[in-house]
Design a protein around this ligand. Sequence first.
Ligand SMILES: C[S@@+](CC[C@H](N)C(=O)[O-])C[C@H]1O[C@@H](n2cnc3c(N)ncnc32)[C@H](O)[C@@H]1O
Length: 426
Amino acid sequence: MSFSDLRFVVASDVLLACFLPLAILILSYKHFPSFALSDIRDLFAFSPRNRRRHGHFSLERAYYSFSQYARLSANELSRMRSSYATLSRTNRNIGYKIGYTKKLDHLRDVTSLNTVVVDGIVELALEEFPFLKDEPVINTDFADLGRVRESLKHFVRDWSEEGATERARIFTPIINLLSEVDAGQRGQMKVLVPGCGLGRLAWEISQLGFDTTANELSFFMTLSLRFLLSTKATTSVNDHQLRPYAHWFSHQRSNVSLFRCISFPDVVPRRSANFCLVEGDFLDIKIPTTGTKAKPLGWTKDHANAPGTQPEGFDYIVTLFFIDTSLDVLTTINHIYTLLRPGGTWINLGPLLWTGGAQAKVELSLDEVLNAAKDIGFILASEDNGPASRQTVECEYTGDKNAMMRWIYKAEFWVGRKPEHRPSGI
Ligand SMILES: C[S@@+](CC[C@H](N)C(=O)[O-])C[C@H]1O[C@@H](n2cnc3c(N)ncnc32)[C@H](O)[C@@H]1O
């Protein structure tokens, strides 16, 4: 290239066209550090499937979030140390005397103890999904750290002695209703638990003898559940320890309570002939194929144990703290209806905590949800339908029983039945 050619390139729009996107990229990276290179790749992942694969709850993102748990936690701790360093000398002295600097050191140590469980999850993920090691690194951020911590807290909610009281409040109405079904019939009945989280309810239902499918979209949850189901990763009761509350200093009466250790699991779950995990979107679940066995119908003991035919679909769908997480609850309820066999039963227990900021397509009141369910075709049990009766259940969600704050939900329990025959006009 001659000097005049070079001068032409430098002065022309060609250079500008090449240089401008690069400059924008560098500036974006500088001003929005959480804007990761993987986001740029996502921008160019034109297929919707690709986009979903690398969404907030994807396998890849969950894997890298668990992998980077130690780094993300260390970053947060160093920001906390920096904040402390901005105190006046006098106040730093007080902080030192009351042991605040030691508390920050303790947080560092406790985080590395939590890393034992997190590393176990990462190791198992690599074993079960070996292609992950060839996946381009995703730079995770504080929101991902929050998702990791949330799934760790679910070990407490679902699988620890500490969580037993919280579980008892919400599982009891569901288990009581399902216990009405004749034990001999349960093995032939299919139960689906969408949005199962760490799967304890689904597993309890399988222990009653039902053919149970646990379904969960978020790989933050399912990688953690896989860690429990693995014969290699979890071998005995209380095999693992976590300090799940350590990172949130608010509402703590003492540091002993803040840093306390919780052991799990209180029972060891395993995959079995009647307990399976389906990872993915509930809305992608198809109507199960019919076995040859007859299935009884209904929600009460009499209904449930009556001789049935061979209808298609799930006999029960159990939603616990689930329907309000949907961005389109009407589609979700419709899908529950579709997946149930005629005469099948929907059991719901949960609040109505919609995703705000106009993300949820509709944000309904309880009355509206129940009216919509009726409109879709459900026959709802009333207040005097025995164990199927509607009731309000005061309960918590991953609560810390020692904390100075309690968040109590007045969750609603209801049972809806899909009619044997669709009423005409609907
Ligand atoms: C509030 S949590 C409740 C988890 C569990 N049922 C419990 O009570 O501990 C809602 C769960 O539903 C899952 N979820 C949300 N939308 C889903 C979908 N479309 N398909 C499957 N799971 C979904 C979330 O990932 C989350 O784990």
